[in-house]
Design a protein around this ligand. Structure first.
Ligand SMILES: [Cu+2]
Length: 500
């Protein structure tokens, strides 16, 4: 308007002198809108320069087409601006301020656990045909089954898991989701190890010193690999099982929910622990009907003072785990996932859709945050945009305006207390997952967490939300820090935490 207004007021008979500035203003507005919608926040130098190039080029072309009078010098300099902006913006020349890709260089691997393993497993990854709810579908399976074998241990065990790859061309690794293993056992290809190719093997060894419900999955081509079935349950119990203690991994294979494992009938009064595991890339809603229950643990860590819940649903993020405990009632009990009964001991009301959802940030007994100051603070702005750093621009899920591998790593020192502020500026949920550490939830949308301390490894950051979480940097190495909607992780939403 600043450009067009004065000229309009003095408009002579010839419309062309007005039309060009008017069009320029229009192009500039559209350019800004495109940058906002396609690129998101914060606008990068590349996107800005591309927009400038487009606006200048469109204005020059329009001026030529209208035959408006203009000096050669103006026309030439406009062309130069457009070309330079285009080259710089597409990354054909070095974009100013662009972060150099950090090489994934690690020193010698940490000393391996020397103790004799007390629990040995072999997992062989191979293509397979499996039964998915009554239909045979093509899958990638560990030991021919989806999910893979359940790995269980008791606190103090030394686990040794031999991974073999028979014919998975994309390569395979084992990542122990939520298990804070030494870095060289974390199973991230290109970061902590090379992917295991067909015919190769890799031996993982770590001490089972954290009790709780976890799972393992391939981290090589993880989006397709996990979806096709390369995952399984890892449970570490503090001691002998009392009562009924079962894992309920929920997974969608070839578009269909896999049937839950058969659960035996339990006599009234016996304690029951259902270990719910979401191995999909999106949130699931779980409703336990017919009994009061408590959420004993989230992401493998016991909650403080969990109170009984009745007719209340829980939302489990991608990768997350909730342990529900109750004493078996004499009347039937049923577990519904997204309204579908996955387990029932008899007829129970199915009207769970209107139940309220538990907010874990206000559940249980509060305890003071163990730290009063933070040595390092980082902000992660989750968004979407065009990744212009490649020859062919791609739509990306971004962190601070960049996509993997161009997101600078967050560097910490051993012993640092680190705080992340995670802002979701996009329209979709991003289940956040930091490897090698559990983070303590401090606040969401400015409201301090008011319930039991929540030590999570997977948490949904919903559109518009701002989460503050913290942890002590106590596990040296190079750790993936990414969205666990694995399609998003593939499309750029992955960065790394590095110890200096
Ligand atoms: Cu995401």
């Amino acid at each position: 308007m600043g450009v067009t207004g004065p000229r309009l007021l003095r408009a002579p008979g010839d419309i062309r002198s007005v039309a060009v500035p008017l069009l320029f203003a229009g192009y500039a507005t559209s350019g800004a809108l495109l940058v906002t919608v396609l690129h998101g926040y914060p606008a990068s130098a590349g996107a800005g320069l591309l927009a400038v190039a487009g606006v200048v080029a469109a204005t020059v072309i329009s001026a030529r087409a209208l035959g408006a009078r203009q000096s050669r010098a103006v026309s030439r300099s406009a062309l130069v601006v457009a070309v330079v902006a285009l080259l710089t913006g597409t990354g054909l020349t070095v974009a100013p301020g662009a972060a150099p890709a950090e090489p994934h260089d690690h020193g010698p691997p940490a000393a391996r656990i020397a103790d004799e393993p007390s629990r040995r497993f072999t997992l062989t990854a191979a293509t397979a045909t499996v039964d998915a709810g009554g239909r045979n579908v093509a899958a990638w399976a560990f030991n021919g089954q989806v999910p893979g074998p359940e790995l269980s241990a008791t606190v103090g065990d030394v686990m040794e898991v031999t991974l073999r790859n028979r014919d998975i061309g994309r390569g395979v690794t084992l990542h122990w989701h939520g298990y804070d293993v030494p870095n060289d056992q974390d199973g991230v290809p290109g970061v902590t190890q090379a992917a295991v190719r067909p015919g190769q093997e890799f031996v993982y060894r770590f001490r089972a010193d954290q009790p709780g419900t976890y799972w393992y999955h391939t981290h090589s081509a993880s989006d397709v690999g996990v979806r096709m079935g390369l995952y399984g349950v890892l449970v570490v119990r503090p001691g002998p099982v009392t009562g009924l203690d079962v894992t309920v991994p929920v997974h969608t294979l070839a578009g269909r929910p896999l049937p839950a494992p058969k659960v035996e009938q339990v006599e009234a009064g016996r304690p029951v622990r259902l270990r719910l595991i979401n191995t999909d890339s999106t949130t699931h809603r779980y409703a336990l009907a017919g009994t009061a229950y408590r959420v004993a643990a989230i992401d493998g860590v016991d909650l403080r003072g969990p109170t009984p819940l009745v007719d209340t649903a829980v939302l489990i993020p991608a990768g997350g785990r909730y342990d529900l405990v109750f004493d078996a009632p004499a009347t039937p009990v049923a577990l519904f996932v997204d309204g579908r009964a996955v387990y029932s001991t008899g007829p129970v009301s199915t009207a769970t859709g209107a139940w309220p959802v538990l907010d874990p940030l206000g559940y249980g007994t509060t305890a003071p945050v163990p730290w009063s100051r933070f040595d390092k603070t980082f902000t992660l702005v989750l968004d979407r945009g065009l990744d212009l750093r490649r020859l062919v621009p791609r739509y990306a899920h971004t962190v601070n305006g960049a996509a993997d591998p161009d997101i600078p790593p967050q560097v910490v020192r051993l012993g640092d207390v680190v705080r992340f502020t995670i802002v979701n500026r996009s329209q979709i949920v991003h289940p956040w997952h930091l490897h090698g550490h559990h983070v303590l939830v401090l606040a969401r949308d400015g409201e301090p967490a008011a319930g039991s301390p929540l030590w999570l490894d997977s948490f949904d950051v919903r559109p518009g939300e701002v989460w503050k979480v913290a942890f002590r940097a106590d596990n040296p190495g190079m750790w993936a820090n990414h969205c666990h909607n694995l399609a998003h992780a593939d499309a750029g939403m992955t960065l790394h935490l590095r110890y200096s």
